[in-house]
Design a protein around this ligand. Sequence first.
Ligand code: MN
Length: 476
Amino acid sequence: MIKKRVRFLHTADLHLGSPLKSIGQASGRMGQILLDATFTAMERICDLALKERVDFMVISGDLYDREARSIKAGYFLREQFQRLAEYKIPVFIIAGNHDPLSEEADFISYPQNVYVFGSHETERREVVNEEGEIIARIIGRSYGTRFETENIINTYAALCSPYDQVWNIALLHTALQPDRSKYLPCSARELAGVQGIDYWALGHAHTVQVVHKEPLIVYPGIPQGRAPDELGPGGCVVVDLIPGEEGRVEFIPVSPVVWRIEELRIDANPEELPENTDDLSGLIQRRAEELLTESSTRIRRSLLTGRAAPDRAGQNGPDDSVLECVEPISGYIVRWIITGRGEIHRQIADDKEEVCEGLLAAARSSPGSAQSGETPFIWSETVKIMTGPPIPDLADLLKEDETFQELDRVLKDLRTEEGIKLVTGVLGGVWEEAEEAEEYNSVKMQYRKDDGPNSLASLIEEATQLAVEEIMKRRI
Ligand SMILES: [Mn+2]
């Protein structure tokens, strides 16, 4: 006897019902789409499970979001799970740090096909096919409180039987940080070393990622992003475990709403530097129109590991790694960042906030944006101005000027590990490192360690520009 091929859907971090940031002023049909976005994503995931005829579904934590946990969400889930029940698709759920079991009892009960793992000990469940054969074993444990600081990997190892003919799939909500993590400290290496686990279905990180291939360790990411640091289309993964082959993991976007950060350089075309705020509005408007045209092509699904399924390759030509997804994008939430150098900077520098507000209002009321009720729409989240006066590059200034050479030295030092320690020490009063995107602190400003917006690197970049400008000002 050999293992049977299985197909399952893996999702996590739905944060059902949690609001998308800054949609307070959105109204009408668009407002409704934004409000319903996390629910729509879940509905699409269940559609997909039915369409792809999966054997079962796993949800690796943070299905709910603390504050947003509601009766509405409970009823909605029951209805969705009921649809899967009709096709005998079992669902296995662990709770994460945003929906720990202890915090609130479930308002309503789920149908029989749903199993929520307990938090006191690691458990295992079996998936049985129509012939009564066990085809997979699911191992999991829920968060009982907001933080789980104990390493429980050995309890998983104890529950899988490495040598029988059944796939072992482990559900784990973890940050994959071995040291001092509040979210189940462990390392990818440690997980990969557990004999017998064929697939680690992780949750917690909000970006889709295949962390390890043999065995597969996968984060499916957040199906519907809620803030600008959860960019791009979110989705879930459909996994095929095939005897004797590399597992097949396909990412399938489901998010109805996509976050984007659009940088617009005022000096992109030196022949056409904007001269007034109407010109700036024009820049935003043109890019918005482009975006809406691009989005008429639907979002794509993509093969992350394994071979393309032969039936699909036949239908869709040689490149099966890209297949069109059925679900279109309903809208974009865009953060506009205006950068570059030009004379206009001097006009707007003193009333930056007012200008930003004006541009935002214009963007929100322009045709093609949201208010018409058509989809896809664009909802402008904010407009940020980070322009500079028309001055030479720091690189040019460096050539002959001692002051700038000194500035350059300081900046270089800041980027070293020592420098970062120093600068974060000084910044500590007002800034703190954001441990995870989803945790906001209303008292301190937060910066991210990675490269994105609000990272330390982008803050240093902003500071550099400011320093160059201030030195230039004092010289005039
Ligand atoms: Mn989490």
